[in-house]
Design a protein around this ligand. Structure first.
Ligand SMILES: Cc1cc2nc3c(=O)[nH]c(=O)nc-3n(C[C@H](O)[C@H](O)[C@H](O)COP(=O)(O)OP(=O)(O)OC[C@H]3O[C@@H](n4cnc5c(N)ncnc54)[C@H](O)[C@@H]3O)c2cc1C
Length: 461
């Protein structure tokens, strides 16, 4: 239970229509994309930075846990409430505060939907490249907290690369302003980069100044079919070893292809297709055909069954829709998706996919892999039955081997989904104790009472 004086204090600070503790609202905000549920004590809907500062001061004074929430689309439990704690939903802070084409920037509140930023930028020939698969509903605050990314990361980078500055509120209710509005700036420590990807554990982001770039004139798509996962991964390595950088280089393995069959997007694949690559090039109209020619040359090799060039815009949209729906489509294999998001150096991708194929033979459950091959970032999904204790034990063994292999290859545990509750037990495998200790000390400076998103990101002491 929340202490009795808390709800009246929050209501006085935010107004009566911004503090909810009825059972229906609590249930609605009790989960994210993970299957877990935790009932919070109250859900708050601030409308301004001042509201967020006020609520954090109250929470700090009474030592009440606070969990920020965008759209709740995260798949690592990052937005899972703490029991009897506060959920701060940023849905009502959804305004574009400034759009400044001359300075190629946009200033937004955290509740703006990701794709709305890109749509507005394009009205003036500008481009906001980060494109998570959930962009139609995820909020920019959630993207910033998780350093979200998508297929375009291979050429343009991730959310962090597009943030000029932030306004935020620390765990003790102080206002923090980071970065600047100019394309260059080196005054003080780079707290902007620190806050991006910090999963709501250091501060609540209330405003972001985002960098925009010129929109590409055109995009062309290639679809390539291979007779094995390894052949597709070797093609990826060849592409990355030459000078033309695609703006997307995505892989789907056989089980992913099966999962998209109901959409019709895999109807015309040649017999024997075991892996699919989607490759895109963008830029000026006169350059793109040259880029495509160079990419085709690099992609040629053993195991290539078919290259489809001249994929129409409609076909490309259908393929992308199918690709972006995979996160949900794979659930047809089993009720629980253990969703990993590992990254290996591109030069180890073919070895890694062999390892995954081997795991697929060793374990009884389907392992479905797809993702951002050009970044070496694969979403590896173990499709299991949570009520089957034996299968769950095998899944844990499989995960331990997966992480050990990724780290042995010089990779990292998460490329874009983050750590949250789901992966925190493994963080100590990648980050050494001294570095983790320093991270904990940094958290204490931003959040002295440890109330911001406790139980996330860090392993147990
Ligand atoms: C179908 C599907 C596809 C996806 N595809 C991708 C993908 O391609 N790439 C990718 O990166 N992710 C992907 N995701 C994961 C998820 O959508 C991203 O992590 C996204 O950034 C989360 O945004 P959200 O608004 O839903 O945040 P939430 O899930 O609500 O929150 C995520 C984290 O951010 C924190 N947070 C939210 N707002 C703030 C704030 N204002 N200040 C501080 N902390 C805050 C929360 O506390 C939590 O820790 C996908 C998810 C789904 C369901």
């Amino acid at each position: 239970m929340l202490p009795p004086q808390i709800l009246p204090a929050l209501t006085a600070a935010l107004g009566p229509d911004r503090v909810f503790s009825d059972a229906g609202t609590l249930a609605l905000y009790s989960s994210d994309e993970t299957p877990r549920r935790v009932t919070p004590g109250a859900v708050l809907f601030p409308a301004s930075h001042a509201h967020v500062a006020a609520l954090m001061q109250i929470a700090h004074a009474h030592n009440i846990p606070v969990v920020a929430r965008g759209a709740g689309s995260g798949n690592v439990g990052g937005a899972l409430p703490v029991e009897h704690g506060l959920v701060v939903s940023f849905e009502c802070m959804n305004k574009v505060l400034e759009f400044d084409p001359a300075n190629r920037l946009i200033v937004v509140q955290p509740g703006v939907v990701t794709e709305d930023i890109g749509a507005l930028a394009r009205t003036r020939g500008l481009f906001y490249p980060p494109d998570p698969g959930s962009g139609a509903y995820s909020r920019i605050g959630g993207n910033l907290a998780m350093n979200a990314a998508g297929p375009r990361a291979i050429k343009y980078g991730v959310t962090r690369d597009f943030v000029l500055g932030l306004k935020a509120v620390t765990g003790d209710g102080k206002t923090l302003t980071t970065g600047c509005r100019t394309s260059k700036g080196v005054t003080g420590y780079d707290f902007t980069r620190l806050l991006v990807g910090s999963e709501g554990t250091l501060a609540l982001i209330t405003e972001a100044t985002l960098r925009l770039v010129p929109a590409p004139e055109t995009v062309a798509t290639l679809r390539l079919c291979f007779n094995s996962n390894r052949a597709a991964c070797e093609a990826v390595e060849r592409v990355m070893a030459q000078s033309v950088l695609p703006c997307a280089l995505e892989i789907m393995d056989r089980r992913s292809i099966e999962a998209i069959r109901p959409t019709g997007a895999a109807d015309d694949l040649p017999l024997g297709t075991e892996a699919l690559l989607m490759v895109e090039a963008d830029g000026p109209v006169r350059d793109v055909p040259h880029q495509i020619a160079a990419l085709k040359e690099a992609l040629k090799g053993e195991g290539l069954l078919e290259v489809r060039e001249g994929v129409t815009r409609e076909e490309a949209v259908a393929l992308w829709t199918a690709r972006k729906s995979l996160s949900h489509a794979v659930k047809q294999y089993a009720p629980l998706k253990i969703n990993e998001d590992v990254v290996v150096p591109v030069s180890r991708l073919a070895d890694f996919i062999d390892f995954l194929d081997n795991q697929g033979h060793r374990y009884p459950f389907p392992i479905v892999s797809f993702g951002h091959a050009g970044n070496g970032n694969l979403h590896v999904n173990l499709m299991v039955h949570p009520d089957d204790a034996e299968e769950m034990a095998q899944a844990r063994a499989c995960l331990n081997e997966l992480f050990a292999t990724v780290l042995a290859y010089g990779g990292t545990l998460s490329g874009e989904h983050g750590i949250g509750t789901e992966k925190r037990a493994y963080v100590g495998l990648e980050i050494d104790p001294d570095t983790l200790g320093l991270m904990r000390a940094v958290k204490k400076q931003f959040d002295p009472a440890g109330i911001l998103n406790p139980g996330k990101l860090f392993p147990d002491d």
